[in-house]
Design a protein around this ligand. Structure first.
Ligand SMILES: Cc1cc2nc3c(=O)[nH]c(=O)nc-3n(C[C@H](O)[C@H](O)[C@H](O)COP(=O)(O)OP(=O)(O)OC[C@H]3O[C@@H](n4cnc5c(N)ncnc54)[C@H](O)[C@@H]3O)c2cc1C
Length: 445
């Protein structure tokens, strides 16, 4: 083994991964005066708003597939998947989490205020969304305006590029909290991949990995894994073998159709929709459609006979169903993974697709244009579940080794996760502040 860089100074908390939860933990601990080191394997993508952005933000250019050949998205850059979110805010599932001893009621309110969560003004929601909402309501589906973490002052009408990365900084991303963490004194290292947890006497004492081809080691009083699927590999290498046995990904399916005189190409994504079937059917329905390049890939995976539809791409009105999937499959050493669509997942997706087709028909979609694309896993989660791999403080059985990201959720949420993850990160940050006896309350974050 090559000699490691010598970095023997000790941090209070080392956070691995700069997605929503990692950023929230780093910011909270740094605001309390703790010495924080935030390690991110990716870089800072500055070019926002194009297919290239998506390719640079996502691992494997967004083409990562399960052994069953379904695409599942994993982040690979500063701020993680939040760079590509639609800015859609759904509150944390308080009752699901409280069953595991996690009370997020205070943090939920704090995140609402800090992210400015609110409905968009009508001018930004736009005509296409309102027409779809009318069509849905006349089929008996109770659509309403969704809440967003988007600054309406900075957002403009007719853009709709949120999921390609916001060029105007109108949409909140984890990068905002990473930058705040740095202002509070946290050290951020990009291009820095953690490969191993360092343990002594049953406690985590640091991390080891590679930066520009050189091995590094850093020591910390606590290590927080917020690195998505990488958590599983790191935990398994540390001896926690049950990590990655079963996970969720909130299968989603896009359904599109050409409605003469209407399209959602430039409409604000997920600005309206329904969550009323969430409890009873485990699904939500929101208007949004992939951009041209994702459409091309999804069409190709459906069969080349559908490829002619790409010509009409700009005319498509699209709606998505997202479901709470069952905990299934496995993340394997080496990075491959299996994630079958179970019978129940399929039933939920089919139900959503049927409801969407009704809405599109009501809106006047041409029957021959209506097309359901293949399922995608959008929110990898529940791979290191609280109650199984972590306790209620998100600490593993290795003392001082914590996990905090979508992986710790106990089950699929089938819904946008950012609000929940930001609240979880704040809660862990406060717990670490108390545990490490930091100067509590020095700054509220
Ligand atoms: C297209 C799209 C749209 C979405 N829209 C919404 C929405 O509107 N609203 C919503 O609430 N949610 C949305 N989501 C979901 C949401 O973005 C994610 O659930 C959330 O951002 C995940 O955050 P996380 O904290 O789990 O970390 P991740 O975003 O998974 O970040 C993990 C980070 O760890 C880094 N990392 C990985 N391995 C290592 C390693 N070994 N060493 C160092 N760093 C490492 C990665 O590079 C990454 O930056 C969307 C997701 C996608 C893909």
């Amino acid at each position: 083994m090559k000699p490691a860089d010598r970095h023997e100074e000790e941090y209070d908390v080392i956070v691995v991964g700069s997605g929503v939860s990692g950023a929230a933990v780093a910011r909270s601990v740094a605001a309390q005066g703790g010495r924080v080191l935030l390690l991110e394997r990716g870089g800072r993508v500055n070019h926002m708003g194009s297919t290239l952005t998506v390719m640079r933000v996502l691992d494997g250019c967004g083409l990562t597939r399960s052994r069953e050949k379904h695409p599942v998205t994993f982040a690979d850059s500063l701020g993680g998947a939040s760079n590509l979110s639609a800015g859609c805010a759904m509150p944390p599932p308080l009752s699901v989490l409280s069953a595991f001893g996690i009370d997020l009621s205070v943090e939920t309110g704090e995140v609402r205020r800090e992210l400015g969560i609110a409905e968009l003004p009508d001018r930004l929601i736009g005509e296409a969304n309102f027409r779809l909402m009318d069509a849905a309501q006349s089929t008996g589906l109770p659509w309403r305006k969704m809440e967003k973490f988007i600054d309406a002052e900075k957002c403009i009408e007719g853009c709709g590029d949120c999921m390609l990365g916001c060029r105007r900084g109108a949409k909140w991303t984890a990068r905002a909290w990473v930058d705040e963490a740095v202002r509070f004194g946290a050290e951020l290292k990009l291009g820095t991949r953690v490969d191993r947890i360092l343990c002594e006497g049953g406690s985590a004492v640091g991390v080891e990995g590679k930066r520009f081809g050189r091995t590094f080691r850093y020591r910390g009083k606590a290590v927080v894994l917020s690195a998505g699927m990488s958590d599983v590999h790191l935990l398994r290498r540390a001896g926690i073998r049950e990590a990655g046995k079963g996970f969720c990904c909130d299968w989603l399916q896009f359904v599109g159709g050409v409605v003469p005189g209407m399209n959602t190409y430039n409409a604000h994504p997920m600005a309206v929709g329904t969550t009323d079937l969430y409890e009873s059917e485990g699904l939500i329905i929101l208007p949004v459609f992939p951009n041209w390049s994702q459409f091309a890939v999804l069409l190709a995976s459906k069969g080349f006979q559908h490829f002619t539809k790409l010509r009409e791409f700009r005319d498509y009105t699209g709606i998505m169903v997202k479901v709470r999937d069952e905990t299934e499959g496995e993340i394997y050493p080496g990075g491959s993974f299996s994630k079958p669509i179970t019978l129940q997942d399929r039933k939920r997706l089919d139900k959503g697709v049927e409801l969407i087709k009704r809405v599109l028909r009501k809106a006047g979609a041409r029957e021959d244009s209506i097309l359901a694309l293949n399922p995608i896993g959008a929110h990898p989660s529940a791979s290191c579940r609280v109650g199984e791999v972590m306790d209620a403080n998100l600490e593993t059985r290795i003392r001082n080794l914590y996990c905090c990201d979508a992986g710790v959720l106990p089950q699929a949420m089938g819904a946008p996760l950012i609000w929940t993850l930001a609240a979880l990160g704040k809660r862990l940050g406060n717990h670490l502040g108390r545990r490490l006896s930091l100067a509590a309350g020095s700054r509220n974050a």
